[in-house]
Design a protein around this ligand. Structure first.
Ligand SMILES: [Mg+2]
Length: 389
């Protein structure tokens, strides 16, 4: 069993004007990703995804170049089942033999960002191959599926105080969700404007729908405290990325000052970063993105870390189909998972890139039974949306 071919593309899918939204990331007119295809010498194909931009639109030229010209050649001829060994090889670079023999990591200078995004894409594709080879869904290889459906939350919520209730209510009517997430922070200009939107949402939805808020890391610690104080009576399920990922002590200070659970992690990569969040007591909920944190292997380790610190795990799944399915399989097997992010903004990278339909009923998403990650890429659709260098 050998890897024969590795190919990555920058895929860019336009979003029709009526379905575009605006946030602190600007108006989102496309959904972009690095999509990776790994094929074994005997024809088993696995799909992966790497991410290096927020808000779904962004430039993927460098990541795709890295996958095709630096990472790909190192994979040719390797056994695709050596998933953890390949992960460490890519992370530790030229010193991977020393790292393997001495039992501790020796990563290179560029150990985050594009590097972990590229490792993520490879790792997701290798798990897909391993599952297809054995004829088993990936969740079975990770230890089983705790439920055949997991609760999902509707992720969206950009409307003003006047219309946010109707916008969130439309998600609930559409998908039967019991939990919804709305955006706050810099896009509103000041904490009191965000707070008024959250209060309007709580008033419109009543006490029994969970409401989460996401500031995309745009508050200072002081602003985040003001906001948390203003919405203290709104019974929020979590306050996501209140401050930038580079201010973990600030996040810990905020967490100590409020009863609202703090969620974070979509901008973090590897178990090492999440260890720091845990040790600093900076978060209640870990949200690694499988296409950025280091793939399925690293997401599993981060979920275990959450459990060990009596925290919870709710991965960032505003993503394309390979990353979204990776998250589904990890959550199915993880002790610390409890809810799946389901984007209610336009997401052609999940829905149009694959032949299957995401099975969502009454706010619950089915964990696929099919071998591997359980989706089929529409290769003609992919080809039509490749960004040519
Ligand atoms: Mg977020």
């Amino acid at each position: 069993m050998r890897i024969g071919r590795v190919e990555a593309w920058w895929v860019r899918i336009p979003i029709e004007k009526s379905r575009q939204h605006r946030s602190d990331f600007g108006r989102i007119a496309t959904f972009d990703a690095a999509i990776l295809r790994i094929e074994t010498a005997d024809g088993i194909v696995g799909w992966g995804e790497g991410k290096n931009a927020a808000g779904s639109a962004g430039s993927y030229g460098a990541l795709v170049h890295m996958l095709n010209h630096e990472i790909g050649p190192q994979l040719i001829g390797r056994d695709p089942r050596d998933i953890a060994v390949i992960w460490e090889m890519l992370y530790n670079g030229v010193r991977h033999e020393s790292a393997a023999l001495t039992g501790h990591s020796m990563p290179q200078l560029a150990r985050r960002g594009l590097t972990t995004a590229a490792i993520s894409a490879v790792d997701i594709a290798l798990w897909d191959i391993f599952g297809k080879l054995l004829g088993e869904p990936v969740w079975r290889l990770l230890g089983g599926r705790k439920r055949d459906r997991l609760p999902a939350y509707a992720s969206g919520g950009w409307a003003s105080a006047e219309t946010i209730g109707a916008q969130l209510r439309s998600y609930i009517d559409e998908g039967g969700f019991k939990a919804v997430k709305m955006r706050v922070g810099a896009m509103d200009g000041a904490p009191n404007i965000s707070a008024a939107r959250v209060q309007a949402a709580r008033e419109a939805l009543g006490p029994d729908i969970e409401i989460m808020v996401d500031a995309h890391g745009t508050y200072t610690v002081a602003e985040a405290k003001r906001f948390a104080h203003l919405v203290a009576d709104c019974d929020l399920a979590w306050f996501e990325e209140p401050v930038i990922a580079d201010d973990k002590p600030g996040m810990a200070e905020l967490r100590a000052s409020t009863s609202i659970p703090i969620a974070t992690g979509e901008s973090e990569a590897t178990r090492f970063a999440f260890r720091d969040l845990a040790v600093l007591k900076a978060a209640d909920i870990f949200q690694p993105d499988p296409a950025f944190c280091g793939g399925i292997s690293e997401a599993v380790r981060i979920a275990t870390l959450a459990s060990a610190f009596n925290l919870r795990f709710a991965p960032h799944l505003w993503a394309g189909a390979p990353c979204f399915h990776a998250g589904l399989h990890v959550c199915a097997a993880a002790a610390s998972s409890f809810v799946i992010e389901y984007s209610l903004g336009a997401n052609p990278m999940i829905h149009d890139l694959i032949e299957e339909t995401i099975d969502l009923k009454e706010g619950m998403i089915a964990i696929p039974d099919r071998p591997g990650l359980g989706f089929t890429i529409s290769e003609s659709f992919l080809e039509a949306h490749i960004v040519k260098p």
